[in-house]
Design a protein around this ligand. Sequence first.
Ligand code: 13P
Ligand code: SF4
Length: 367
Amino acid sequence: MLVAIPLQEPLPKIYNELSAEELDERIWYAKRVLGERLVILGHHYQRDEVIKFADFRGDSYKLSQLAASRTQAEYIVFCGVHFMAESADILSGPHQKVILPDLNAGCSMADMADIDQVEECWELLNEALDEPIVPITYMNSAANLKAFVGRNGGAVCTSSNAPAALRWALDRGSKVLFFPDQHLGRNTATLKLGYRLDDCIVWDPFKDWGGHDPEDYREKKFILWKGHCSVHGMFTVEMIHKWRREVPDINILVHPECRYELVSIADYDGSTEYIVKTVSAAPPGSKWAIGTEINLVHRLAKENPDKFVRCLNENVCVCATMYRIDQQHLCWALENLLEGNVVNQITVPEDIAHWARVALDRMLQIH
Ligand code: 13P
Ligand code: SF4
């Protein structure tokens, strides 16, 4: 079953007429008046004009822990994308309301795993293979996929705990079916857990039997859904070579949503939170080319003026959907709260939320 995501209604004209300074003032005012009733969570990829209002910043893992622990706030305004707000709704209390300032802030990777295709794949694999398969989904997936995984003995993982999640799965079954990011699945299985590339096989939901002979799955340990992140997909191996040629002591640091060919030759890889910590803790004078979303890289460069920090791809490499959250939408959402109107509330139906919570709770237990 597809959970329809309503599209964002146009904002009242006034929000597009206000200057950046006026919007700032109005947002700070609404924050002050709402006080403890409000918590604003911001993903590292948000632009500076928005992230400065966040009470907490983090990667998807840290933000989901925060959503589960800020029990006193009546409103959780999530400056991130739809799947993150859904997870916050599932993990927060029944008295809390989660708000996504722009409903068009989705994630193309999450959209690549449609639940009907997932169910079909699961049925086929279970019919053909007489062995326990454990489904794991990356946080970057819709709530109905998280629920599917919870119902079928699996868990959610993030880029922070993916190695632990795959180990957890292999303690419970002999194969892992990993959604929706084939790259995170492959990089974790091979580069973190030591399996061979040949232990992985990709399931293409648009081909019969995922594009392989049913027998081909028998030999494999990791069945990877054919999904990817369009932002991290823009980085290439040649970009790494170019940096190394031009700046010999450069450190290459990439997100594990990048392709295996890159991650396997990078100096470091990890979640956005890991990237922030690594660069912040690096010695003055050190040099970094970072393969992740550009708003985060630019912020790291500003916050670490004693280091050389650049994006691996010097052309713009922005997450267009994260970028939809702007001052206008944030101001509009908060001013509605001041008036007692909850706009853009993200609610996951309880039958889906129950099993998604099971899968997310497992994620929070896996370290
Ligand atoms: P993390 O926040 O888990 O590092 O993932 C990055 C990302 O692409 C979020 O959408
Ligand atoms: Fe989705 Fe990639 Fe954007 Fe993250 S960066 S929200 S995975 S499209």
